[in-house]
Design a protein around this ligand. Structure first.
Ligand code: PMP
Length: 410
C-alpha cells in the first residue's frame, strides 16, 4: 500500500498537537476516504427522497441507489440473495435483533446458549439477558493462556449441544482470530444455530460466507470498513430469517394493517421498520466500492505484513507485556499491551503526547478483562492505510515507555 491511498483520506494529513496524526484506533472506528463522504453529500444534494414509497422519479432514484447497495453487499459477502441482507444501525442492533426475534421464539428453559470469553459486550450481553429471561443455561467457552479458544472448552460446550453459539471472527481486544468455519461445522452437527460477530473481521481479510462453514447469521458495522457510523448489516440464512417474527413493527415492514392484526412485508423488509438511514447505506456502498478497488486480498496481504512486523518488535520490548498469541497466524493487526504497575490510560496518554492515537479502556469486553485481571488495556490497531513508519513510531515510543514510567514512579 502506498502514499496514494493515504491521499484518499484527507484526515490522515492533519496535525495533532503539532505532530502528524498517527491514527492507531482503527478497531474503534476506521477513517473514511473522501469518496465515501462525497457519495453521502451527493445523495443529499442530488437524490434525497424517501425510499420504497414514492412513484415519482426522485424517490425511485433514491430507492434504486439504496437497493443497489443491498446487491453490492450480497456480492461482497457471497450471500444467496438480497432477501438475506437486512440493514441495521450496526452490529449491536443486528445481534439484538437475532437475540430478540430468533431467541425469543426458539430458546426455552431446557436450552443452552454459548458464547466465548473474548466476546464484545454486543455479542455477550444480548445472549446473557436472553438466557436470563428464558431461564436457559448460559455457557462461556474459556480461553487458553495465550487467550485463544481452549479446544477442551470447545469440546465441553459442544457436548452440551447448545441451541445458539455466538462467536466473533476476531477479538477487538487481542486481535485473536477464531476458527469459525471448523467451529460452525462441529456445532452444526449437534443442531446449533451459529451467530458470527464480524464487526472486526469485516475490516481484516475477505469475509466470504462460503469460507465460514454452515453459519446462520453474520453481523457487521459499516464504520469499521471505511463507511459511515449508524449503519450495519445483518446477514441471515433465508430459511432461518423467513421463520422469524419481526423485531420492530411500524412503517415499511408491513403489507396490510387491520384493526386487530397486521401482515408483514416480505424479506428483508420485514426486519426494516421505519425510514432507514438511506444516506448511510449509500455511504456503505461507496465504502465497499473503495475496498474492492484496493483489493481485499491485497489489503489482507499488507495487513499480514504489518501484523508480523509489529509483533516481532513488540514482543522484544523488555518490560512490555503483549496480550494474546505471539504467532502472527493467529492474529489481526490489533495489539493490546500492558506495563506492570502502569495504568493503561497513562500509557495511552504517553503515546498521545508523541502524536500516536490509541485506545485505553476495557474495550467493551468486561468478561475478558475479568479473565485478564486487568481493569483496562492499551490497544493499538492498524488499518491498510497505516504505514510501516507509523508502526516504527509506535514501537519506538513503546520501547521508551517502561523506562519513562520507572523513572516517573521512582
Ligand atoms: N463486536 C465487536 C467485536 C466490536 O469490536 C464492536 C465495536 N467495537 C461491536 C461488536 C459493536 O459494533 P457497533 O458499536 O458498531 O454496533
Amino acid at each position: 500500500m502506498n502514499e496514494l491511498i493515504r491521499r484518499d483520506f484527507p484526515i490522515l494529513g492533519r496535525m495533532v498537537e503539532g505532530k502528524p496524526l498517527c491514527y492507531l484506533d482503527n478497531a474503534a472506528t476506521s477513517q473514511r476516504p473522501k469518496k465515501v463522504v462525497d457519495a453521502i453529500v451527493r445523495y443529499y444534494l442530488e437524490t434525497n427522497a424517501n425510499v420504497h414509497r414514492g412513484v415519482y422519479k426522485l424517490s425511485q432514484e433514491a430507492t434504486d441507489a439504496f437497493e443497489s447497495v443491498r446487491s453490492k453487499v450480497v456480492r461482497f459477502l457471497g450471500a444467496a440473495s438480497e432477501r438475506e441482507i437486512v440493514f441495521t444501525k450496526g452490529t449491536t442492533e443486528a445481534i439484538n435483533l437475532i437475540a430478540s426475534s430468533f431467541g425469543e421464539s426458539n430458546v426455552g428453559a431446557a436450552d443452552v446458549i454459548a458464547v466465548t470469553r473474548m466476546e464484545h459486550h454486543a455479542n455477550f450481553v444480548p445472549w446473557q439477558q436472553l438466557a436470563k429471561r428464558k431461564g436457559a443455561r448460559f455457557e462461556i467457552i474459556e480461553l487458553t493462556s495465550d487467550l485463544r479458544l481452549d479446544p477442551k472448552e470447545v469440546d465441553r460446550v459442544l457436548a452440551l449441544k447448545p441451541k445458539i453459539l455466538a462467536v466473533s471472527l476476531l477479538s477487538n481486544v487481542t486481535g485473536v482470530t477464531n476458527p469459525v468455519a471448523s467451529l460452525a461445522s462441529r456445532f452444526k452437527m449437534v443442531g446449533t444455530t451459529i451467530v458470527v460477530d464480524a464487526a472486526q473481521g469485516i475490516a481484516h481479510g475477505e469475509v466470504e460466507l462460503s469460507r465460514l462453514g454452515p453459519i446462520d447469521f453474520l453481523a457487521f458495522s459499516a464504520h469499521k470498513l471505511c463507511g459511515p457510523t449508524g449503519v450495519g448489516v445483518l446477514w441471515g440464512r433465508e430459511s432461518v430469517l423467513s421463520r422469524m417474527p419481526p423485531y420492530q413493527v411500524g412503517g415499511n415492514m408491513i403489507t396490510h394493517v387491520g384493526d386487530l392484526d397486521s401482515e408483514w412485508n416480505e424479506l428483508p423488509h420485514k426486519f426494516e421498520a421505519g425510514t432507514p438511514d438511506i444516506a448511510g447505506v449509500i455511504g456503505l456502498g461507496a465504502a465497499i466500492d473503495y475496498i474492492e478497488t484496493q483489493g481485499r486480498t491485497r489489503i489482507q496481504e499488507y495487513e499480514d505484513r504489518i501484523t508480523a512486523y509489529v509483533l516481532e518488535r513488540i514482543v522484544a520490548i523488555p518490560g512490555l507485556r503483549l496480550l494474546g498469541p505471539k504467532d502472527p497466524h493467529h492474529r489481526a493487526p490489533i495489539f493490546s499491551v500492558a506495563i506492570d504497575g502502569v495504568h493503561a490510560h497513562d500509557l495511552a496518554t504517553f503515546l498521545d503526547m508523541r502524536g500516536i492515537s490509541v485506545r485505553a479502556g476495557h474495550h467493551c469486553a468486561h468478561p475478558l478483562m475479568l479473565r485478564l485481571g486487568l481493569p483496562a488495556t492499551c490497544r493499538a490497531s492498524f488499518s491498510f492505510y497505516n504505514t510501516l513508519e507509523e508502526a516504527d513510531q509506535l514501537i519506538e515510543a513503546l520501547m521508551n515507555a517502561p523506562q519513562f514510567f520507572r523513572r516517573k514512579n521512582a
